[in-house]
Design a protein around this ligand. Structure first.
Ligand SMILES: NC(=O)c1ccc[n+]([C@@H]2O[C@H](COP(=O)([O-])OP(=O)(O)OC[C@H]3O[C@@H](n4cnc5c(N)ncnc54)[C@H](O)[C@@H]3O)[C@@H](O)[C@H]2O)c1
Length: 384
């Protein structure tokens, strides 16, 4: 029998609604032994509450105060999707209230905030804490994950991951909280996009040993939406050049490049991963969401990339036919299936079918903090 986990949402904006919508179509999943039920919503903006009231009769509590939601004994788990400056306070409070937490990235506005969240995690081992990152759930990336786990690449030659946007190319786009350093943090584009780009290499065990970062501020002021202009102080683009190694071959250092661009002409919301190996290479980009590219090298001069249409081959089985396309809301649903699977089973279904762990999020903070230092000093900064 399917057991229900009662959820509260803190921060019901763009991402809060994506979760609520995924919960509303849980019947899409065929094998889930747990299902979420939305019972409480917290947002300081009263206008946000209307959509939840109209669509979720199960929501018995609507509040502007997250402490009221956490005091609700009916709430067993929380999705927290608020601006980055609030992560440390609210995530720590959720965990200390004994509720399971899916927190949004970057899991703290900076390293000090992340350290505070990690203290709450360490004190509460019975609470499942995960960080949202949905892109590995694309079928092509699940296939790449199986290749990594099966050690099919041979010697790793190079790994490149990226998350590229172009919406900020327009200098007349008004500023919002995601471009304000006090709400988004000094990391800028790294905090916004970086965990997504780190998820696959970190899960593979390819942690950076050092970083030389080149960060860009391309648009230094933006319209304030009231007829004036304000400074835009966040980093727009980051390229992190790192050395990494596979845990099975620790002396075999390869280049790992992580790119997070808010200003990448032609890219709307492009998440990419490219792994070059001596025996196999693979590439995926959300630009072509069903396409997996693979090159198998069996010797000789001939080498060719195959383009494979992946269809709907997901980690968590659904009602959708195998030939159909997979998209962003599907990745969100799969990520949530993974979170509930971990609540029920204590471990991810497969290595690459799991959400970002607190340790992985903490490793991303070490990387981004070192990247800021590298930009300041022009030096390569070692990481543990
Ligand atoms: N996983 C992804 O793909 C993805 C995509 C976009 C954003 N995000 C992350 O999600 C989080 C939220 O981003 P968003 O795009 O949903 O932002 P958003 O601005 O659309 O929503 C944030 C909501 O938080 C509410 N809020 C602010 N202060 C609050 C408080 N004290 N208590 C309760 N609610 C409060 C706001 O009113 C707003 O409705 C961020 O951490 C962001 O980095 C993740």
């Amino acid at each position: 029998m399917t057991k229900t986990i009662k959820f509260g949402i803190i921060g019901g904006g763009l991402m809060g609604r994506e979760f609520a919508s995924a919960a509303a179509r849980w019947c899409h999943l065929l094998e889930s032994d747990l299902r979420p039920e939305l019972v409480a919503i917290c947002d300081t903006n009263p206008a946000i509450h209307t959509w939840y009231k109209e669509n979720f009769p199960t929501v018995a509590q609507s509040t502007a105060d997250y402490k009221e939601l956490l005091a609700n004994p009916a709430v067993e788990a929380v999705y927290c999707a608020v601006p980055h400056n609030l992560h440390a306070e609210i995530y720590s409070a959720v965990i200390r209230a004994g509720k399971h937490l899916m927190g949004e990235k970057p899991f703290g506005i900076d390293k000090a905030a992340n350290d505070a969240i990690m203290r709450a995690v360490a004190e509460n081992p019975n609470v499942l804490v995960r960080c949202s990152s949905e892109f590995p759930f694309y079928p092509a990336v699940q296939a790449i994950g199986k290749m990594i786990a099966g050690r099919e690449f041979g010697k790793i030659i190079e790994v490149e991951t990226g998350f590229l946007h172009s919406s900020d190319l327009d200098p007349n786009k008004p500023i919002n909280w995601k471009r304000m350093i006090e709400f988004n943090g000094e990391y800028g584009c790294m905090g916004d996009l970086g965990i997504h780009a780190c998820h696959i290499p970190f899960r593979a065990g390819w942690y950076p040993k050092n970083v030389r970062a080149i960060l860009r501020k391309l648009v230094t002021e933006r319209p304030d939406g009231k007829g004036g202009k304000v400074p835009c102080k966040t980093w727009d683009n980051a390229t992190l050049f790192c050395e990494a190694a596979d845990p099975a071959a620790p002396d075999d250092i390869f280049p790992l490049t992580v790119k997070t661009f808010r200003i990448a002409p032609g890219e709307k919301d492009t998440w990419t991963v490219k792994i070059l190996g001596t025996e196999k290479s693979a590439f995926f980009s959300t630009k072509n969401p069903r396409r997996l590219e693979v090159l198998e090298y069996t010797g000789g001069a001939g080498q060719s990339w195959q383009q494979i249409d992946m269809g709907y081959d997901t980690a968590f089985k659904t009602i959708t036919g195998g030939i159909f396309e997979f998209g962003f809301p599907d990745a969100i649903l799969q990520m949530w299936a993974s979170f509930l699977y971990e609540i029920g089973h204590g471990a991810p279904k497969e290595l690459f079918a799991g959400c970002v762990t607190p340790d992985e999020a903490a490793a991303s903070h070490r990387l981004f903090t070192a990247a800021l230092e590298s930009q300041r000093t022009g030096k390569t900064i070692p990481l543990e």
